[in-house]
Ligand binder design. Structure first.
Ligand SMILES: NC(=O)c1ccc[n+]([C@@H]2O[C@H](COP(=O)([O-])OP(=O)(O)OC[C@H]3O[C@@H](n4cnc5c(N)ncnc54)[C@H](O)[C@@H]3O)[C@@H](O)[C@H]2O)c1
Length: 263
């Protein structure tokens, strides 16, 4: 039996369960006697492509067939194509689409996974189109922006939008009002397939580490270090934390931002 409290008997939906942070989170939850319904492109209980509206709906329909759930962890992300579609619209559709089922749990919890990339300047019109729920407009605006239309621009805008969406909805009657804690875990660079392009080339690795040092824990971090925080936030033991964007990043965010928000 697990010595961890707040997990046994609970059912978790984990997107991105087949690899990296999602796989590490799934492993920790199962060790702690939780049931996990994994969702991914393949190698998961539910196979669906969250970059498309049809794939998102298929995932929601399949989860509803499973029955009651206690937590939704929107971890699927990264990627080389469809970055805005998966990292913003896929995550928001997962959380919104499963919210009614989740609200029936006695201790409902949700977590979205973002990134320190959300700290980078983003095309604010793209972010606004995301928050407006206008996927075609967001994608078109991004493609029309030569400075921000590349992979990094799309990814940063998606994660920035995700942080802002959670900050907007978490305190509302639909979320906090129905007892659902909804938080963001913003990851620093951790050793997963999504980040392998950073470690494949020594010069790239050095440039990324120099631009965003991780003074606590090291560069890169381990996926299970991020997974531990996701697990606690989504456990029944989390009774008082919601609407927070918490950086699990070896200190990258605090090194970059310092005490500015408190001035
Ligand atoms: N690894 C890092 O350094 C890092 C840093 C910041 C944030 N993140 C975030 O952490 C999350 C997990 O990434 P990871 O590093 O574990 O990467 P990973 O590639 O190891 O795992 C991501 C998983 O998401 C799945 N996925 C991707 N697109 C999907 C889609 N359209 N539909 C369904 N599933 C899809 C992949 O198949 C994969 O199994 C992502 O949201 C990523 O943006 C990672």
């Amino acid at each position: 039996m697990s010595s961890h409290t707040g997990f046994a008997g609970r059912t978790y939906v984990v997107t991105g369960s087949a690899s990296g942070i999602g796989a590490a989170t799934t492993a920790l939850l199962r060790e702690r006697d939780a049931t996990v319904i994994g969702c991914d492109l393949c190698d998961a209980e539910i196979e669906a492509d969250l970059s498309t509206p049809d794939g998102r709906q298929s995932m929601i329909d399949q989860v509803n067939e499973y029955g009651p759930i206690d937590a939704v962890l929107a971890i699927a992300g990264g990627g080389k194509t469809g970055l805005l579609e998966t990292n913003y619209f896929g995550a928001v559709a997962t959380l919104q689409g499963l919210r009614p089922l989740l609200a029936r749990s006695p201790a409902p919890r949700a977590v979205a996974v973002s990134s320190t990339s959300s700290l980078a300047p983003a095309n604010e019109r793209v972010v606004q189109a995301c928050l407006d729920g206008d996927e075609p407009a967001a994608v078109a605006l991004l493609e029309a922006d030569p400075a921000m239309g590349g992979t990094a621009g799309a990814y940063g805008a998606a994660k920035r939008g995700l942080n802002r969406w959670v900050r907007r909805v978490a305190p509302t009657s639909e979320w906090a009002g129905t007892g659902i804690a909804l938080n963001v875990v913003a990851s620093g660079v951790v050793d997963t397939p999504a980040a392998s392009w950073i470690f494949a080339d020594e010069a790239v690795r050095n440039a990324v580490e120099t631009a965003a040092p991780q003074p606590f824990g090291g560069f890169p971090g381990r996926p299970e270090w991020v997974a531990e925080l996701i697990c606690w936030l989504s456990s029944a033991d989390n009774r008082f934390v919601t609407g927070q964007v918490i950086f699990a990043d070896g200190g990258a965010e605090v090194a970059a931002v310092g005490d500015r928000q408190w001035q």
